[in-house]
Design a protein around this ligand. Structure first.
Ligand code: ZN
Length: 85
C-alpha cells in the first residue's frame, strides 16, 4: 500500500479498529434482515509525510453517492470550527 500524499510505501500500522460498515451508509428498512458488508479498518501512518490513512476498499464515487447522508459543507458548526482552526 502506498501513501496517498507522497507515494511512500506504508509500513507502519497506526491502529487496528477491526471492521466497520461504510461510514454514513445507512440501511433501508428492507435491508435490515440482510447481511451487512463490513470492511477492515486498519489505519496506517506514513513515515515520510506522517499522513494517517486507511486502505481503500471502495472508491470515493462508490461512497459519496446520491444516498450519502452527510456533507460537511452544509454543517454550520463544522464550518465555524474549521474556520477557527
Ligand atoms: Zn506520505
Amino acid at each position: 500500500m502506498r501513501c496517498r500524499f507522497c507515494g511512500n510505501e506504508l509500513k507502519h500500522e497506526f491502529i487496528d479498529l477491526y471492521h466497520s460498515p461504510l461510514s454514513n451508509a445507512y440501511l433501508r428498512l428492507d435491508a435490515l434482515n440482510q447481511p451487512e458488508v463490513y470492511y477492515p479498518l486498519k489505519i496506517f501512518v506514513c513515515d515520510h509525510c506522517f499522513l494517517v490513512q486507511i486502505d481503500e476498499y471502495k472508491t470515493s464515487g462508490e461512497i459519496f453517492n446520491k444516498e450519502y447522508a452527510y456533507f460537511s459543507s452544509v454543517s454550520s458548526s463544522w464550518l465555524a470550527h474549521s474556520k477557527n482552526m
